[in-house]
Design a protein around this ligand. Structure first.
Ligand code: C2O
Ligand code: CU
Ligand code: CU
Length: 569
């Protein structure tokens, strides 16, 4: 009790004495060649203490990489650390050998040289280490940088895009320091909040529309961001880029790994001061950062001693200054065109269950370690084999008492539903991280396009870095061979005739699968959609004029996907 009281007291006084440090804006690298030198350094975060750090091209954090969609980029990543590390391009759609997971280790004094074409749309991505068991340590010590992708869709919109002036990168991280002010990991003492490595920063922002690119680069902590007086803002982008329409909000939740872009209209506010705030009192229980985690069982040790949990506090002061030339004063509502995959087009549904590693001990329901489908991460184990051009629904089911931000490499996805309910408008954009609440079941849909390998896997994992390092991670391979060719046997409830078909193909649905209207889709070998329609029991389609070859049909019945294949001659 005594300890609790002292901690609270000391935190109250630090919150009131808001310091005068200008927000650090990371430098940028543009063009198509990116030279990144990972190095050790030191910083003085606390007067009288030297804190050893890691950084890229500097002592702490990393430069912002600005890339254009469709450019072929070359990255020269030199590891000057005394230890092996990796660099992963979080959110990027790249070949598995360039993804920078634990399979692409960079030994000390060596240079890794991935090169790839930028296929992602305009958006805010990031890069950070991903070595097996070492992600938390290397990220916490300072290796984290933003990647901004530009494209012609974004360029045509009236959006603020002057970096550091009206387009501001905000890398928000909580950190733990030990008694000697060394950065500590895998602890619940993350009592220090930094934005771009700056503690208690202020930002001079012009009285016009400004854009914040927000990245939660924290190891464990989620935030519910908002502004003084509940000033509304517009959400324009999620992890994978622009929404179709902006969404007006007063709060936005960000779990580790997630990014958003928001617009804030400061027009006419010259001379005013406001704060970017965290509203931790409003975070639902179970999220790291809420007042309780693990209700009904034991909580995470040390959780309640951390004054940031379940608290509202200021993150950054914003001093509104005079507008700059070229300012925008209105916010667009219509943005990009999104085309989520149809649920009925899914080739496969997979379930991933999050469980405590030792189910018999209820204390681990909140504390971990955690596993997915019963398995710990193992370097030599491929947990899932998908197939090139598969459209898949992944169902994430959380049986633990903690919310886990699930992240998948290679692809962006769309949330289909959360406990059967459609996602909120703010959750309908492209995502690569989704927070799965305790007891919840979240389904997303994605498609594994462009890159395949029989041997090099991609990762999926919880983005709470402590959980990831503890094994809440798996590997998947995108096989170059279509699943359907390997498995051309038709489902027993599906009759396709005549086969081969020359003019008319008849589709009969029989048995327990028949009777309810169901959407079906026909694809060619490369996943191109040939035809979609509804059927209850019978349908026929005209295939005359189709290229000769194998075609696949998939439809939903009895809550499952049913496949069939036929030949057109
Ligand atoms: Cu941001 Cu696999 O990570
Ligand atoms: Cu990633
Ligand atoms: Cu987790």
């Amino acid at each position: 009790m005594m300890k609790h009281f002292l901690v609270l007291l000391c935190c109250l006084c630090t919150f009131h004495s808001y310091s005068q440090t200008a927000l650090f804006i990371p430098s940028t690298i543009t063009g198509t060649t990116f030279n990144l030198n990972i190095q050790t350094g030191t910083k003085t975060f606390f007067t009288g203490y030297t804190t050893p750090t890691y950084g890229v091209n500097g002592a702490f954090l990393a430069p912002t990489l600005i890339m254009n969609k469709w450019d072929s980029v070359n990255l020269n990543v030199t590891n000057n650390l005394p230890v092996t590390t990796t660099i992963h391009w979080h959110g990027f759609h790249v070949a598995p050998e360039y993804d920078g997971g634990p399979g692409q280790l960079i030994a000390p004094a060596t240079t890794w040289t991935p090169s790839f074409r930028v296929l992602n749309g305009a958006g805010t991505y990031w890069y950070h280490p991903h070595g097996a068991g070492k992600t938390d340590l290397h990220v916490s010590k300072g290796i984290a940088g933003m990647i901004i992708v530009k494209d012609s869709v974004e360029a045509a919109l009236p959006l603020p895009r002057t970096y550091g002036v009206d387009d501001i990168p905000l890398i928000i991280q909580s950190k733990a320091f030990d008694i000697l002010r060394q950065i500590a990991i895998a602890t619940e003492d993350d009592t220090v909040i930094m934005v771009n490595g700056t503690m208690k920063p202020y930002l001079d922002a012009p009285a016009q529309v400004i854009r914040f690119r927000m990245l939660n680069g924290s190891s464990l902590r989620s935030y519910l961001f908002g502004f003084t007086s509940n000033l509304p803002f517009k959400l324009i982008a999620t992890d994978g880029g622009l929404l179709d329409t902006s969404v007006t909000l007063t709060r936005i939740r960000l779990s580790p790994g997630e990014r958003v872009e928001i617009l804030l209209n400061l027009t006419g506010m010259t001379g005013q001061t406001l704060y970017l705030k965290n509203f931790g009192t409003e975070l639902p229980q179970g999220i790291y950062g809420a007042d309780t985690v693990g209700k009904g069982v034991t909580t995470i040790p040390g959780y309640y001693a951390n004054p940031l949990n379940g608290a509202d506090y200021d993150i950054m002061r914003i001093n509104v200054i005079a507008p700059v030339s070229g300012a925008l004063f209105t916010m667009p509502s219509s943005l990009a065109t999104l085309s989520p995959w149809a649920v009925a087009s899914a080739d496969t549904i997979r379930t991933l269950s999050f469980d405590p590693a030792t189910a018999s001990d209820s204390s681990t329901y909140a504390e971990g370690p955690f596993v997915m489908n019963g398995a710990h991460f193992a370097m030599d184990t491929v947990n899932i084999i998908t197939h090139l051009n598969n459209t898949e629904i992944w169902k994430l089911v959380n049986h633990t008492k903690v919310a886990h931000p699930f992240h998948i490499h290679d692809v962006q996805f769309y949330v289909v539903d959360i406990n059967g309910m459609p996602p909120l408008p703010s959750e309908r954009g492209k995502k690569d991280v989704v927070l799965v609440m305790p007891g919840d079941s979240v389904r997303f849909i994605t498609r594994f396009e462009d890159f395949a390998s029989e041997t090099i896997p991609y990762m999926y994992h919880c983005h709470l870095l402590h959980h990831e390092d503890d094994g809440m991670m798996g590997q998947f391979i995108v096989s170059p061979y279509p699943e359907k060719v390997m498995n051309v046997e038709n489902h027993v409830d599906l009759k396709l005739y005549p086969n081969p078909a020359i003019q008319l193909l008849n589709i009969d649905l029989i048995g327990t699968s028949a009777g309810r209207p169901t959407e079906f889709a026909v694809y060619d070998l490369f996943g191109g959609k040939m035809h979609t329609d509804y059927l209850i029991k019978k349908a026929s389609i005209d295939v005359s004029g189709w290229t000769k070859g194998i075609y696949f049909i998939s439809l939903f019945a009895n809550g499952d996907v049913i496949h069939g294949a036929f030949i057109v001659e």
